[in-house]
Design a binder for this molecule. Structure first.
Ligand code: CUA
Length: 404
């Protein structure tokens, strides 16, 4: 996705157009004059070389001073816009972006880590750039920002997105076999979506989406969740419950199911629960999207299992970049695949000897913390030790891997 009305893209594009425009004018002008002289002073007309050049102080001065002025305006325009790219607006939100072979991780001030860069719309964002291994380059074409990440050195970029959407992030510095796959995205969210995103402690934890929607839309104001009847019927234990409804002036009994609940939200006045007044507004797609409607219905029918916000192994593997090298589909271009790793025998090389062993929790722990002491045969010792993970996180990863 592309957009041009953001400050960093404008700064870069304006300078580019200015310099390119002058270059084009000069190219066309010089070419035209050359062609004119070639034709005018062709050999058939002037067989003998002639010269009647008389100096002109006026012309000499003009074509010395004019190019100096043009070049200096190019410099000035470029410099002021470059300074704009390096000066961070005072209200910028800060995110730490770390590159490593071959993925990105973004860390928020509250410690939350993500493999995509989630930001709110219309807010300047400063990305502090680091690398843990080799040179990479953080490149977001939509915002015209590109900056190398250098091991041992901090650098930064900033941008501000005026529209919500998803924008590509690339690594623009060749960094090894996984370089071309080192892509992710900036996810620009509306203010409300970003607020919701910030509050969800973890994708797998937090409140189920259906309940979030019920709260947001004020449904709970009339419908209780605990079985007590209120202005509207309770939403407690709906699945498979028989219910008397009035439709076309007749009372009929139906069993509550997915279809009924969807109709009851989209068009509540058509089938009215007996004993209640037709006062609920209809919620169309503009108010509750189809996805959210499904989430609400699933929640009401008890199909959503609320999981505690424990660190999930698969998520840890993703945000810590493991999946940048280890595939889950069996392909092994860079590193051993995670597919079936829990039931596998591996041949490893340690102290110059080859040993075959069954993958178990202890082996995985060693492979995480001292990855280069026992190398799986056929692979290079290039994995960084995962010693930045907490003991709990390592346990969660091991448990997850053993189930693969
Ligand atoms: Cu990282 Cu190329």
């Amino acid at each position: 996705m592309n957009q041009l009305n953001n400050p960093t893209a404008q700064a870069v594009d304006n300078v580019l157009i200015y310099i390119f425009g002058f270059s084009l004018i000069l190219l066309l002008g010089i070419t035209a004059v050359s062609v004119y002289f070639v034709v005018k002073y062709r050999r058939s007309k002037y067989p003998e070389p002639t010269s009647d050049v008389e100096g002109s102080w006026f012309l000499e001065t003009l074509w010395t001073v004019l190019p100096i002025i043009i070049v200096l305006t190019m410099f000035w325009y470029g410099w002021t816009n470059y300074v704009g790219l390096r000066e961070i607006p005072a209200d910028a939100m800060e995110v730490k972006g770390t590159a490593r072979m071959w993925s990105w991780v973004f860390e928020y001030p509250d410690g939350r880590k993500e493999s995509k860069l989630y930001v709110p719309v219309n807010k300047p964002v400063k990305v502090e750039l680091y690398s843990v291994d080799v040179l990479h380059s953080f490149f977001v074409p939509a915002f015209r920002i590109k900056r190398d990440t250098v091991p041992g050195m901090e650098s930064y970029v900033w941008f501000q997105a005026p529209e919500a959407g998803s924008y590509d992030i690339f690594c623009a510095e060749y960094c090894g076999v996984g370089h071309a796959d080192m892509t992710t995205s900036v996810e620009v969210l509306s203010e409300e979506d970003f607020e919701r995103w910030s509050q969800a402690s973890d994708e797998s934890g937090g409140e189920p989406r259906g309940l979030v929607v019920l709260n947001e839309q004020g449904c709970i104001g009339c419908h209780s969740l605990d079985g007590s009847e209120n202005i509207g019927p309770t939403l407690f234990e709906l699945s498979g419950t028989p219910r008397q409804i009035e439709r076309d002036g007749q009372t009929i009994e139906i069993t509550i199911d997915e279809d009924y609940l969807q109709r009851a939200i989209r068009d509540p006045a058509v089938e009215l629960t007996k004993g209640f007044d037709p006062m609920m507004p209809a919620y169309d797609e503009g108010t509750i999207s189809n996805d959210d409607l499904q989430a609400v219905v699933d929640y009401l029918l008890g199909k959503v299992v609320v999981t505690p916000a424990a660190p999930s192994g698969s998520r840890l593997l993703e945000v810590n970049g493991c999946t940048g090298c280890h595939s889950s589909d069996g392909s092994e271009e860079i590193a051993p695949t995670f597919k079936g790793i829990g039931q596998r025998e591996v041949t490893i090389e340690a102290d110059g000897k080859e040993i075959t062993l069954q993958v178990d929790a202890e082996y995985l722990r060693r492979a995480l913390l001292e990855p280069n002491t026992e190398i799986v045969k056929g692979f290079a010792p290039m994995m960084p030790a995962a010693d930045y993970l907490s003991a709990e996180e390592i346990d969660a990863i091991i448990e997850h891997l053993l189930q693969q």
